[in-house]
Design a protein around this ligand. Structure first.
Ligand SMILES: NC(=O)c1ccc[n+]([C@@H]2O[C@H](COP(=O)([O-])OP(=O)(O)OC[C@H]3O[C@@H](n4cnc5c(N)ncnc54)[C@H](O)[C@@H]3O)[C@@H](O)[C@H]2O)c1
Ligand SMILES: [Zn+2]
Ligand SMILES: [Zn+2]
Length: 362
C-alpha cells in the first residue's frame, strides 16, 4: 500500500521543543480516511502533551483541532467520500461499549481511531495527539472521526470546533445545561472559557460573568458575550460573582483553567443547587480539599466535561450552521494564522496570554 511522506510537527521528548520533520502517513485501510489538513488550531492540550502532562508515549504528532478535505478513503467507508469538507473529531462513538449501549454515545469509552500507525521516516511509530495528529499536510484517522460540515465555512474557524471551542461551548450547552434566564460564571477566559461564554449566550443566559487574570482575555470575553468581567488579580472573584447575582452565586460556574484554586472559587461562587462544570484539565499531582458538609449542604452537582460532552455528528454541523448564520462568531477566536513551522512560537504566545487561538494554515 502507498505511503505518503509529508511534514509533521513532532514532540520528541518531555519538555523539549517541537520539531518539524518528515513523517510517513499510510494510505487508508479498512474503515480509515486520509485527510488533507487545511487548518489546525494550537490548543493548550498540545502544550500539555509536550510537557509530558498527558502521558509518556513520545514521540507525539501534535495538532488535533483541524478541518480539511478527505483525500482518500479505505474499503467499507460510507460516511465520507473524497472531496468532502470535514472537521476531525477526537470522539467517534464505537456503538458497542457500555456507554454507547446505554444510549449515551457522547461518553463513549472506546472511541475509534485509525488502526495503522503514522511513523517517523525510520519507522518509529508516532502517538497522534488525541488520536488525531494534524499539524501535518495529510493525516490518517478512522473515517468516523471525519465529520462532514457545510464547505462554505472557513477552515480556520471550522477547525476550532474540533477541540477547544467545542469543549467550551459544550461545557455550557451540554454539561452545564445552561438555559434561558440562567446566571453563569466562567473562570479562565482562554479559547475554551470564551467559548463557554459564547455557548451561554446562545443558550439564553441572562447574566454571564467572565473571570481571568489577564485584561486582554476579559476584553475578548466581553466581545463574545460576557455581561460582566472580573479581573481576579485585584478582586475576590467569589465575592464579586455573588454581588452580581443578588448575593446568591451563579446557577452554573464553569472552571476552564484546570487548577485547584480556581476550582475552589467555582465551588463557592455557585448558588444553592447550582452546577459546577470542570472543563480545564488538571495535572495528575493536583489535589482539592473541601468540607464535605458544604458539598452536601449546597446540593446541586459537580460535573466534569470531556469535549463538552459533544456528539460530533450532531453538534459539528449544527454549530457550523450557526456560524454561517452569523449567530456564533468563530472568527473571533482566531487571533493569528501561522505556518506549520511556528507551533513552538505559538506555545510561547499562548503562555504570554497574547492569543485566543493561533491557527496553523497549511
Ligand atoms: N475538557 C476538555 O475536553 C478540554 C478540551 C480542550 C482544552 N481543555 C483544557 O481547558 C483548559 C483551557 O484551555 P485553553 O486552550 O482555553 O487555554 P488558554 O491558555 O488559552 O486559557 C487559559 C486561561 O486561564 C487563565 N487563567 C490562568 N490562571 C488563572 C487564574 N488563577 N484565574 C483565572 N484565570 C486564570 C489564563 O489567563 C487564560 O486566559 C486547559 O487546561 C486545556 O487543557 C479541556
Ligand atoms: Zn462506545
Ligand atoms: Zn484541544
Amino acid at each position: 500500500m502507498a505511503v505518503n511522506e509529508v511534514h509533521g510537527v513532532v514532540s520528541p521528548a518531555r519538555g523539549a521543543p517541537v520539531e518539524l520533520v518528515s513523517i510517513l502517513v499510510p494510505d487508508p485501510g479498512e474503515g480509515e480516511a486520509l485527510v488533507r489538513v487545511q487548518a489546525c488550531g494550537v490548543c493548550h492540550t498540545d502544550l500539555h502533551y509536550r510537557e509530558g502532562a498527558i502521558n509518556d508515549d513520545f514521540p507525539f504528532l501534535l495538532g488535533h483541532e483541524a478541518a480539511g478535505v478527505v483525500e482518500k478513503v479505505g474499503p467499507d467507508v460510507t460516511n465520507v467520500a473524497p472531496g468532502d469538507f470535514v472537521i476531525l473529531a477526537w470522539r467517534a462513538p464505537c456503538g458497542n461499549c457500555r456507554s454507547c449501549l446505554r444510549g449515551r454515545p457522547w461518553y463513549c469509552f472506546a472511541s475509534r481511531n485509525a488502526q495503522q500507525k503514522m511513523t517517523l521516516t525510520d519507522g518509529s511509530p508516532l502517538s497522534p495527539a488525541l488520536g488525531i495528529g494534524a499539524f501535518c499536510e495529510l493525516t490518517l484517522v478512522n473515517a468516523l472521526q471525519a465529520v462532514k460540515v457545510d464547505p462554505s465555512a472557513s477552515p480556520l474557524a471550522a477547525g476550532l470546533i474540533g477541540c477547544g471551542v467545542m469543549a467550551g461551548l459544550g461545557a455550557a450547552m451540554n454539561t452545564g445545561d445552561v438555559g434561558r434566564g440562567d446566571s453563569v460564571a466562567v473562570i479562565g477566559c482562554g479559547g475554551v472559557g470564551n467559548a463557554a461564554i459564547a455557548g451561554s449566550r446562545l443558550s439564553g443566559a441572562h447574566t454571564i460573568i467572565g473571570v481571568d487574570i489577564d485584561e486582554r482575555k476579559l476584553e475578548w470575553a466581553r466581545q463574545l458575550g460576557a455581561t460582566h468581567t472580573i479581573n481576579s488579580t485585584d478582586t475576590d472573584p467569589v465575592e464579586a460573582i455573588r454581588d452580581l447575582t443578588g448575593g446568591n452565586g451563579a446557577n452554573v460556574v464553569i472552571e476552564a483553567v484546570g487548577n485547584p484554586a480556581t476550582y475552589e472559587q467555582a465551588f463557592y461562587a455557585r448558588d444553592l443547587a447550582g452546577t459546577v462544570v470542570l472543563v480545564g484539565v488538571p495535572d495528575p499531582t493536583m489535589r482539592i480539599e473541601l468540607p464535605l458538609i458544604e458539598v452536601f449542604g449546597r446540593g446541586g452537582s459537580l460535573k466534569s466535561s470531556w469535549y463538552g460532552d459533544c456528539l460530533p455528528t450532531r453538534d459539528f454541523p449544527m454549530l457550523i450552521d450557526l456560524y454561517l448564520q452569523g449567530r456564533l462568531d468563530l472568527d473571533a477566536f482566531v487571533s493569528e494564522s501561522i505556518g506549520i513551522g511556528d507551533v513552538e512560537a505559538a506555545f510561547a504566545s499562548m503562555e504570554r496570554g497574547e492569543v485566543l487561538r493561533s491557527v496553523v494554515v497549511m
